[in-house]
Design a protein around this ligand. Structure first.
Ligand SMILES: NC(=O)c1ccc[n+]([C@@H]2O[C@H](COP(=O)([O-])OP(=O)(O)OC[C@H]3O[C@@H](n4cnc5c(N)ncnc54)[C@H](O)[C@@H]3O)[C@@H](O)[C@H]2O)c1
Ligand SMILES: O=P(O)(O)OC[C@H](O)CO
Length: 339
């Protein structure tokens, strides 16, 4: 039995707490909202997991001192935007090393850092046993129904990855390991951009041909960038690559797909965010990926088109027209870098 605190009681933090509590760990779930901690201690979290009865063994708190003191393993499950703030709050209370796990999917605009890099910026090395990334095709709504789900635990240190595999693994939650931290973080973050784009074309009323095109060419641009950043090409064929791309582009649970769908139907970014009420990571990640494409000189036409829609007010129909009208190409031409 491990002593674990999950920081962030949105849909994913709560679903992972469900798994950890069922696995018999000594689990504490921290939220920054006192009334939400009270609700979870009464076994529901309606805003984030509607209609779900949570096990008695999930204990929640809004007390940061207690949350940090409890943990040998710290799971960060807040949106990318909140990672630095929450890490700083944790750092101020740490008195011993902890094993950090992050489950968020994003890249920080401007600094262009991956989440594990942001955590290492904020927490001194003397308090970090390791940082492990848990990523893959996994919607909270299905995990709490105990539907079969597979993810990957990534860390260059295989012992740490194995410990996290053991921590989460059970009969419905199967965890693989991977040593390619860059590939796993880039795949998990950038698939949200492609899901937004697929949502847009679905919202515009285009069919499955368009969806397949964006997913396939989207994976190509994610892999191109990832490999330039140091990822292993094969990681993009795995759970955190094509696996997560499939689930996020095709599931009704996907926040990114739903947000894109509303954009395609004519809503503004502000209206969409207001209506979602949950994190849509792909929006900020589009800004970051647009900057990364420039830094690494990698062609990322779908990301570029989405950037124009989200940040330059270009109509989705026009962005699609532009994508389709690009100069003729050989399909494999810009994939050779992956070999
Ligand atoms: N929902 C899923 O199925 C799922 C699956 C895999 C990965 N993820 C990733 O997990 C991360 C969290 O997603 P989510 O779906 O749980 O989001 P969510 O919108 O459901 O919940 C986010 C939670 O973070 C809290 N929060 C926001 N800012 C905070 C701050 N500054 N300090 C403390 N708490 C703060 C919110 O109050 C909320 O409880 C995202 O990066 C997402 O991509 C989500
Ligand atoms: O609901 P989304 O679009 O934020 O995606 C959640 C997970 O990343 C799916 O694996």
């Amino acid at each position: 039995m491990e002593k674990v605190t999950v920081f962030g009681a949105g849909s994913w933090g709560t679903a992972l707490s469900y798994v950890l509590a069922q696995n018999g760990h000594d689990l504490l779930l921290w939220t920054h909202r006192k009334e939400q901690a009270e609700e979870i201690n009464n076994h529901t979290n309606e805003r984030y997991l509607k209609g779900v009865q949570l096990p008695d063994s999930i204990k929640a708190t809004a007390d940061l001192d207690r949350a940090v003191a409890h943990a040998d393993i710290i799971v960060l499950a807040v949106p990318t935007k909140a990672i630095r703030e929450v890490s700083r709050d944790i750092r101020a209370r740490l008195s011993k090393k902890a094993l950090f796990v992050h489950v968020s999917k994003g890249i920080e605009p401007d600094s262009l850092k991956r989440i594990s890099e942001m955590i290492r910026d904020e927490i001194p090395a003397e308090f970090i046993e390791e940082v492990v990334i848990l990523s893959g095709p996994s919607h909270a709504e299905e995990v709490v129904l105990e539907h079969p789900t597979t993810v990957t635990a990534a860390c260059a240190n295989t012992q740490a990855a194995n410990r996290i595999q053991d921590l989460f693994m059970n009969s419905y939650f199967r965890v693989y390991t991977n040593t390619d931290v860059i590939g796993v973080e880039i795949g998990g973050a950038l698939k949200n951009i492609i899901a937004l784009a697929v949502g847009i074309t679905d919202g515009l009323g285009y069919g499955d041909n368009a969806k397949a095109a964006i997913m396939t060419r989207g994976l190509a641009e994610i892999a191109r960038l990832g490999v330039k950043m140091g990822a292993t090409p094969l990681t993009f064929s795995g759970l955190s690559g094509v696996g997560d791309l499939i689930v996020t582009c095709t599931s009704v649970h996907s926040r990114n797909w739903r947000a894109g769908n509303m954009l395609g139907k004519g809503k503004s970014v502000e209206e969409v965010l207001e209506e979602m009420g949950m994190v849509v990571e792909g929006i900020r990640t589009t800004k970051a990926a647009h900057q990364l494409a420039e830094r690494y000189q990698v062609p990322m036409p779908i990301t570029q088109a989405l950037y124009m829609v989200l940040f330059e007010g270009v109509k989705p129909e026009l962005a699609v027209e532009e994508l389709m009208g690009r100069m003729k190409k050989n399909e494999m031409e810009d994939l050779v870098d992956l070999l």
